[in-house]
Design a protein around this ligand. Structure first.
Ligand code: SAM
Length: 290
């Protein structure tokens, strides 16, 4: 970007929704563009006005504020959209990191886009990407699950899905649930699966503990987890004899096993195992496409 484009990009424009990322621990990580946008917007919508108010006052900024959080996002969202439509500019901030990433923001972005409002990002810290970058896990392809649900049934389904996931998996976790989550990941993925626990990133007590799930569990046998955590789990290795099937249709998948010498029923069973679905489901799809 040349200087002219850069200057134009830095102009705060009325009627624009700015998603402003804030630090995840280290105050020095606020960007100068974030400071400029926060100083110049007509109003700031914050997940917690006290929390963001403190950040603004540390930065010497005073702007009108309103709340925008999970429980009021419908009514507050409507108000924000109508103010944006009337030509005001708004900075949306959450307590830490990037808005809309395991935080409020996705709904208002969708509504703003629908209403033809300009939406732009002022990027900065995000715990998931920060953790991934220093985890030591494969960064070429990854999948972000955010927080696992707390209820057993959907949780079990997801940990089962994760056990077969070949890409690196990123999870957020609260300290009081860390041991349970590590135990359940071990139960589904096995204790030998590699992982990194990225704790208190960018803060004084930042720590990255890398090892197998067994080793990470052992580390917390006698101590209680404290602080904020991102779990980065290495992707699953291919099963012995399993095919590289990503990108294949069900029919191609089954036929690839058949051409490797399997009979049709065994090929259907193997494809079902790869995809983590019942063999009846593969049979139905395969039979329909015959
Ligand atoms: N929007 C945020 C972002 O961009 O990272 C995430 C918000 S989510 C409500 C909060 C979770 O992010 C925490 O429970 C923790 O899992 C992770 N997190 C946030 N800050 C962190 C930090 N400094 N170190 C490790 N994990 C962090």
């Amino acid at each position: 970007m040349n200087e002219k484009d850069e200057n134009e990009k830095n102009q705060v424009i009325g009627g624009t929704l700015y998603l402003v990322s804030t630090p995840i621990g280290n105050m020095a990580d606020i960007s100068s563009r974030a400071v400029k946008v926060l100083s110049e917007v007509d109003f700031v919508a914050a997940e917690d006005t006290r929390h963001t108010g403190l950040l603004l006052s540390r930065l010497g900024i005073s702007r009108p504020m309103m709340s925008y959080y999970e429980e009021n996002k419908r009514s507050a969202g409507d108000k924000i959209i109508s103010r944006l439509l009337s030509g005001e500019s708004c900075a949306l901030c959450t307590d830490a990191g990037t808005p809309a990433i395991s935080d409020p923001g996705a709904d208002i972005v969708r509504d703003a886009v629908k209403a033809g409002i300009n939406v732009t990002a002022v990027p900065g810290a995000c715990a998931a990407v920060t953790a991934l970058s220093i985890s030591g896990a494969d960064t070429k392809s990854f999948v972000f699950y955010g927080f696992l649900p707390t209820e057993n049934t959907p949780r079990g389904k997801i940990t089962d899905e994760i056990s077969r996931e070949r890409r690196t998996v990123i999870l957020y976790e609260a300290p009081h649930r860390l041991k349970r989550t590590l135990g359940e990941l071990k139960a589904s993925c096995g204790g030998e699966r590699g992982a990194a626990l990225c704790r208190e990133l960018t803060k004084l007590n930042e720590e990255v503990i890398r090892g197998t799930l067994d080793e990470l569990i052992q580390k917390y046998e006698d101590i209680e987890p404290r602080g904020e955590y991102v779990i980065v789990l290495h992707g699953a290795a291919p099963r012995d004899g399993a095919l590289e099937w990503e990108g294949l249709s069900v029919k191609e998948h089954v036929e690839a096993y058949i051409s490797s010498g399997m009979n049709q029923m065994d090929a259907i069973k193997a494809a079902a195992r790869d995809r983590g679905v019942p063999k009846g489901e593969i049979y139905k799809k395969y039979a329909v496409r015959q």
